[in-house]
Design a protein around this ligand. Structure first.
Ligand SMILES: C[S@@+](CC[C@H](N)C(=O)[O-])C[C@H]1O[C@@H](n2cnc3c(N)ncnc32)[C@H](O)[C@@H]1O
Length: 371
């Protein structure tokens, strides 16, 4: 019996009331499945694991209904669920740290008679997404050689290259002198041994003098910048040539282009509200946009990468390395994955997307901006 916990003991250890545990039992969230010698209900090891997960989500601020979906998610195994919990917990810690730092800065400023601007007061609540999800990144995100060839060709004869929003260093050309810029500490920490030097800064305010580099590049990052146009202007300021790999959300019917957003995740559209048009982006660097087709076996697991390998989207590891899935929220994610799983099983996906089998590369709105 020693592996079992009575309701009273479980409540005491977890720091919650017995009433709370009874409520979880009543609504089917955590049901103690064992019995004590005297016949009372008790928590077996598996029940305790589930209770721990529920309490952790509770502490992270999730509602009971959302928690029920999360802990019953058939798409994830125990390890994947623990990883998700760890990522969310670290995110909350980082947000609390950032908020404490911002408050300290404001106290110091006030002590010197300076008032912080409204922008400064609100910025701390903005995205620090990659400090939260960045640890899942290296599992599936890496350089695709065909896309790399396009980027490196566009860099021309540049000898010194600034890589903005550099992440773990994918697409950094090995034969040039690279300086990386990356605001997320989690991403910087994951840069491989011997990677180019990396400066902690944001695109919108690059700590370099005008014309410091032959070229500046930015790959799969511009859509994360709070002010994309300002960041691109900064790239233009510090480098003579600018190369940006990004996404065109302004073409008509773009949501329909990819079956994943068309049939399963229309919420993707909400993420791009207010996003500058391709014309705004190219104008910011004074350049042109070229389409980049996504190869069917793309090595870099970005959102569109698995367009001909739909089963990949059922894998937690694949989704966790793509910010879209975190940004749409667990409800939309689970609904989309559930529907896709069903359609793959019934053959409906194959039926609807019959034409894709014959394609080796797809036009899904990815663009190379070159100036
Ligand atoms: C999808 S990752 C791309 C990383 C890398 N360029 C690659 O291709 O693998 C997006 C990166 O942009 C960074 N980022 C977010 N906001 C940024 C900003 N304002 N300025 C520069 N980088 C930013 C994130 O921290 C993250 O590392």
């Amino acid at each position: 019996m020693e592996a079992h916990l009575t309701v009273g003991r479980a409540a005491e250890l977890a720091g919650v009331t017995v009433r709370t545990l009874h409520h979880y039992d009543r609504i089917g969230l955590v049901r103690p499945s064992a019995r004590t010698a005297a016949g009372y209900r008790a928590y077996a090891a598996g029940d305790v694991e589930r209770l721990r997960e529920v309490l952790a989500y509770r502490r992270l601020g999730f509602g009971l209904r959302e928690i029920a979906d999360l802990v019953d998610d058939p798409a994830t195994d125990a390890v994947a669920r623990l990883r998700r919990l760890r990522a969310l917990t670290l995110e909350q810690r980082d947000r609390a740290d950032a908020m404490a730092r911002a408050i300290e800065r404001e106290l110091e400023a006030r002590a010197m008679g300076v008032r912080t601007t409204p922008e400064e007061q609100l910025r701390v609540f903005g995205a620090q997404l990659y400090d939260a999800i960045g640890s899942a990144y290296p599992a599936t995100r890496r350089t695709d050689p065909r896309i790399a060839a396009r980027i490196w060709e566009a860099l021309g004869d540049a000898r010194t290259v600034l890589n903005v929003g550099a992440g773990t260093g994918s697409y950094e050309p090995p034969d040039r002198e690279v300086t990386a810029v990356e605001p997320s500490a989690v991403m910087r920490a994951q840069r491989p041994e011997g990677a180019a030097r990396c400066v902690a800064a944001s695109a919108e305010s690059l700590p370099f003098a005008d014309g410091s580099f032959d070229a500046a590049m930015a790959v799969s990052t511009v859509h994360h910048w709070p002010d994309a146009v300002a960041g691109l202007r900064e790239m233009r300021r510090v480098a003579r040539r600018v190369v940006v790999f990004t996404y065109d959300a302004s073409a008509p019917g773009w949501l329909e282009r990819f079956w994943l957003t068309r049939d399963y995740l229309p919420e993707f559209a909400d993420l791009l509200v207010g996003w500058p048009s391709l014309a705004d982006l190219t104008q910011a660097i004074g350049g042109r946009a070229e389409p980049v087709l996504v190869p069917w076996d793309c090595a870099d697991g970005f959102f569109e990468a698995h367009w001909r390998r739909p089963e990949a989207y059922l894998e937690d590891e694949v989704r966790r390395a793509v910010s879209v899935w975190t940004r749409v929220g667990p409800e939309a994610e689970q609904r989309a994955v559930g529907l896709l799983r069903e359609d793959l099983a019934t053959g409906r996906w194959a039926e609807r997307n019959r034409d894709l089998a014959a394609l080796d590369a797809a036009e899904l709105g990815l663009r190379l901006l070159v100036a």
